[in-house]
Design a protein around this ligand. Structure first.
Ligand code: SF4
Length: 397
């Protein structure tokens, strides 16, 4: 029976942040109820599509991301989770995560999330410096983020992730250090740290292009990354993926491990991406179009018959060759700092050894000090983590 990581995309935000190029929209609140109904229909449709011999497909993890899933009501979130658990067999101890913007969290909402089965919260904090939060266009300030964290703990959440961003225009090492200190004082179970990208089409990109905001300095960002590695390590966090740290191995993001292991995932909702049996596909991007594609379908409860179900409108479909799947498996696996890519696992999946397949690539990267390896596995070195893209390109012939 096929097992998936399930991703549900919630493409609504109260306001667009200055740096964001995700498929998410402000001002579409009127569409939320219709969107949730369409998403429920897609969950039921995909559950029936991948059922075999009367057995439901397995959901190892469920991740509600966005966007800002915490803009939905508890009853909407509950209805989505109910659709998941009736259309997929939930793995024992399945990780169920919801991304939240600190400014959307209240005690009753958090209690409601716990009651409907959310086990892990990922808080988009980004910084504990109010000036930096304003530059990023975030709708919360540092005090709101700290309060949201306390409320989540009081509501009983024992598995919290903090998202932080470094490498901001004009950001100094000291303010990044102060953000890390505040974050560490909260003792979350998990950290995701991302270097700010200036993406085309964003307000930040316009400001940088017009000279109103300085461009981020990649050397300073590299220093910030190394500082974070040191500070989190000294505080007992395990660096397990290039951008991710957890308090212990049990608290690694199991959902994201599916991506890094290049295993099957189903992305449901507007613009969501999936990877199943050698095919990568993405749903139609705009939420209105997505809702329209389900408008004439039977209600979610009645959609189990495929003949009554609509086809999900796809934006892209890509057939991935075995050659590309091998390269992607290595590239994604190298993101795992400790685990790296296991030769035994690679051989089991592709029928040939890692060293046999990439014997012309690996030795050169070992000589450059970008990889370290044994007969059993290869990993990025600390220097290799800073120059990851250079390493990854070598595997894409
Ligand atoms: S809250 Fe997150 S998804 Fe929404 S606009 Fe800001 S960065 Fe983008």
């Amino acid at each position: 029976m096929i097992e998936f990581a399930l991703y549900l995309h919630i493409p609504f935000c109260r306001k667009r942040c200055a740096y964001c190029d995700f498929n998410t929209y402000a001002g579409l609140e009127g569409l939320q109820a219709g969107y949730v109904e369409a998403l429920r229909k897609e969950i039921v449709l995909q559950g029936s599509r991948f059922a075999r011999d009367g057995h439901l497909p397995v959901a190892r993890t469920i991740f509600l991301g966005g966007g800002t899933p915490s803009t939905l009501s508890v009853s909407q979130i509950d209805s989505l989770l109910t659709a998941c658990t009736t259309s997929f067999a939930l793995a024992e101890n399945a990780e169920i995560t919801l991304e939240a913007n600190p400014s959307t969290l209240t005690s009753p909402f958090l209690m409601g999330l716990r009651d409907c089965g959310i086990k892990r919260l990922s808080l988009g904090v980004q910084s504990f410096d109010d000036g930096e939060l304003a530059l990023l266009g975030r709708i919360h300030n540092a005090a709101t983020a700290q309060r949201a964290f306390s409320l989540a703990r009081q509501a009983g959440f024992g598995n919290l992730n903090l998202d932080l961003i470094y490498g901001l225009p004009g950001q100094r090492l000291q303010t990044w250090q102060a953000t890390l200190q505040t974050a560490l004082s909260l003792q979350p179970e998990h950290f995701s740290l991302y270097a700010l990208g200036v993406e085309p089409g964003t307000p930040l990109h316009h400001d940088v292009a017009a000279g109103r905001t300085p461009a981020p300095d990649p050397d300073v960002a590299a220093d910030m990354y190394e500082l974070a590695e040191d500070m989190l390590g000294e505080n007992g966090y395990r660096h397990y993926e290039i951008s991710n740290w957890s308090r212990d191995a049990r608290l690694m993001s199991r959902h994201n491990l599916t991506y890094w292991h290049n295993e099957p995932y189903l992305g449901l909702g507007a613009g969501a991406h999936s990877w199943v049996s050698g095919i990568r596909f993405a749903n139609v991007r705009h939420p209105s179009e997505y809702v329209r594609s389900f408008a004439s379908a039977a209600p979610a409860e009645a959609a189990l018959s495929p003949s009554r179900s609509p086809a999900v409108q796809l934006d892209t479909v890509e057939h991935i060759s075995k050659e590309m799947e091998m390269a992607e498996t290595v590239i994604l696996g190298l993101r795992l700092v400790r685990e790296g890519v296991s030769d035994a696992r690679f051989k089991l999946r592709f029928g040939q050894s890692l060293w046999g397949r990439y014997g012309d690539v690996i030795p050169g990267l070992l000589d450059l000090g970008l990889l370290e390896g044994t007969a059993e596995r290869i990993r990025l070195t600390r220097r290799g983590r800073l120059l990851g893209n250079e390493v990854f390109q070598r595997f894409l012939r």
